[in-house]
Design a protein around this ligand. Sequence first.
Ligand SMILES: [Ca+2]
Ligand SMILES: [Ca+2]
Length: 226
Amino acid sequence: MNRILGISFAIMGAAGSIAATAAPASAANVEVTPVAYEVEVTFDTIRFDNIEDCIGSSCAAEVYGFVSARWLHHDASAWPSGVIGGARKYLNYGGFNAGNGFDSWSTASGSEKRVVEDGTVYHFADTRMCSSDSSSYCISSDQKNNNKVILTVPPNSSIRMTVHATDYDIDSANEAVCNVNVGTEVLNAEQLRTLNTSGNGGSSLPEASCGTTYRIRTIGAVWPTL
Ligand SMILES: [Ca+2]
Ligand SMILES: [Ca+2]
């Protein structure tokens, strides 16, 4: 997939006391590789188990939270200061603990979402999410089918994802019910170019446990400017 570009160039003599002399123009075939790849991270599902808050046999949580993705570069020679990464991109759901009640996962309001532990699998595409650079506010309108993040990832980077949910409690402090942090290995250029995988992760917290699924695939390349 590398592009071969024919490039003509001229070497100019150094300026200074030596008279500048233009070398004859020549041509060379220069192999050009992408500087980065466009990677789509899709947050698919979340489910809950062992929810601590129960009335009789009915256990439920009223959740809000975020998913996020970023990349981290691991080539110390390219980045002498150490690991460097792209900004974390967030998708937020459930209304930021607005305290305006709760509704079901797919109801089109900005309130907390009531979730249960009867085996229900909740799809992030079915609930309203907004894009942001923070878990504290939106920088876009929130809408359904907004469960993908696009990252521009240079080779020799890993991709990191987080899925977070907090349970709203009326008479006590809110508590985390899901905190999943998963990622890929460090991916070289060829691994990035062909990236197309899925995965899952879970967490087990005092208030609940959760399981999540996601997909990652490369959808494009970023070529150097010549
Ligand atoms: Ca609780
Ligand atoms: Ca609760």
